[in-house]
Design a protein around this ligand. Structure first.
Ligand code: KG4
Ligand code: ZN
Length: 339
């Protein structure tokens, strides 16, 4: 391996965001994200529309990432792309485009696991402190809720995960029931700031081990709304902030109970979050308080690195490139990719 600079083009297209990033020696120079607003009116991601939108977004997004970083395509050392998990149609666009571009530039392509990337985003070299191994990785997104023992960059073991809905999905589905647009997580976060989190109580599921469940909460929430709307048809409008604060508290309580359990069981004092829900301001405040009590060191990504982004794909590409881990051009998308 020579001493020359490593430039990675990262491409993310696993769900409904098309993103491209340029990294130089692990430092993010640009990270462009095109959100697909088309899904809002359907209340969730429509896979077929997502893949079509990726197709039209991918070239402009890459061009913007190159322009903003002032890097030329011919300087790129390797292309890192999301191989999975995610939506098949969306993954195909990123995977096939990356392989084609890699072939035409005669540079390697590197496949990346999206969930590993949500954790490894903490290793970008943009002057941030990096977590020390081993640690407890907690991925909280629209599709996943996982607790991971991370012993090294690529030595990860799932300790527990959701048995049904992901935490982000619970935010989005509960939000939809009170009339919020998809994705509802950020809006619940905002509305909850003016609400009383103790006003309404929802049950916590009884899952004994390191796994977690969110579907029962969603059902309890629907029943709660139904009962109260029978008594007062304006119940939601009149209590919107308190409803948001109370359901958000329940979703976060459930998560933190498991984080505490797995931290104690595995003697892990460093807790590293990744995924869209780690942008939640209430979760951040709660983590600050709980970490003081437990003597934890907590890492939560900056907002632009919490939700889906290509910088996280790029940093995994950088780490793999340094370790000479490349993919072959026969690599195919894997919607249920695990590790
Ligand atoms: O990681 P991500 O961008 O995409 C997936 O891989 O799923 O996560 C998206 C999820 C959505 O469910 C969204 O509602 C949630 O993250 N989310 C939030 C917040 N920002 C995004 N949930 C709660 N509070 C937020 N501030
Ligand atoms: Zn994600």
């Amino acid at each position: 391996m020579s001493n020359k600079d490593i430039y990675i083009l990262g491409i993310e297209s696993s769900c409904d965001d098309t993103s491209a990033a340029i990294l130089k020696n692990g430092v993010v120079l640009s990270n462009i994200i095109a959100n697909q607003t088309i899904h809002k009116k359907y209340g969730g991601v429509v896979p077929e529309l997502a893949s079509r939108a990726h197709l039209s977004n991918i070239i402009p997004v890459i061009e913007s990432a190159l322009k903003e970083s002032n890097v030329k395509l011919k300087q790129i050392s390797a292309i890192a792309f999301t191989r999975g998990p995610g939506l098949m149609g969306s993954l195909i666009i990123g995977t096939e485009f990356s392989k084609g571009l890699g072939l035409s530039l005669d540079i390697p392509v590197i496949d990346v696991n999206h969930m590993q990337a949500h954790i490894l985003v903490h290793f970008i070299n943009n002057s941030n402190p990096k977590p020390k191994f081993p640690f407890l990785g907690v991925t909280v997104s629209g599709g996943h809720t996982q607790f991971i023992l991370v012993e090294d960059h690529f030595k990860m073991k799932i300790l527990g995960q959701t048995l049904d809905d992901a935490i982000g999905e619970a935010f989005d589905k509960c939000g939809k029931k009170i009339g919020l647009d998809y994705p509802a997580g950020p809006e619940i976060d905002n509305l909850a700031k003016e609400g009383d989190e103790h006003k309404f109580k929802f049950p916590l599921p009884n899952v004994k081990n390191g796994n977690i469940s969110y579907s029962g909460t969603k059902t309890a929430f629907i029943n709660f709304l139904h009962k109260n709307k029978l008594k007062n048809k304006n119940f939601i409008d009149e209590n919107l902030n308190d409803i948001c604060a109370s359901i958000q508290k329940n979703l976060v309580d459930n998560l933190l109970n498991k984080v505490e359990l797995l931290s104690n069981e595995n003697n892990l004092k460093t807790i590293v979050f990744g995924g869209g829900v780690s942008a939640n301001s209430y979760l951040k405040t709660r983590m600050k308080n709980v970490s003081k009590i437990n003597n934890w060191e907590v890492y939560i990504p900056k907002l632009e690195y919490s939700t889906d982004n290509a910088a996280m794909i790029g940093i995994v590409g950088h780490l793999k490139y340094k370790d000479s881990i490349k993919s072959s051009l026969t690599s195919t998308p894997s919607p249920r990719l695990t590790f």
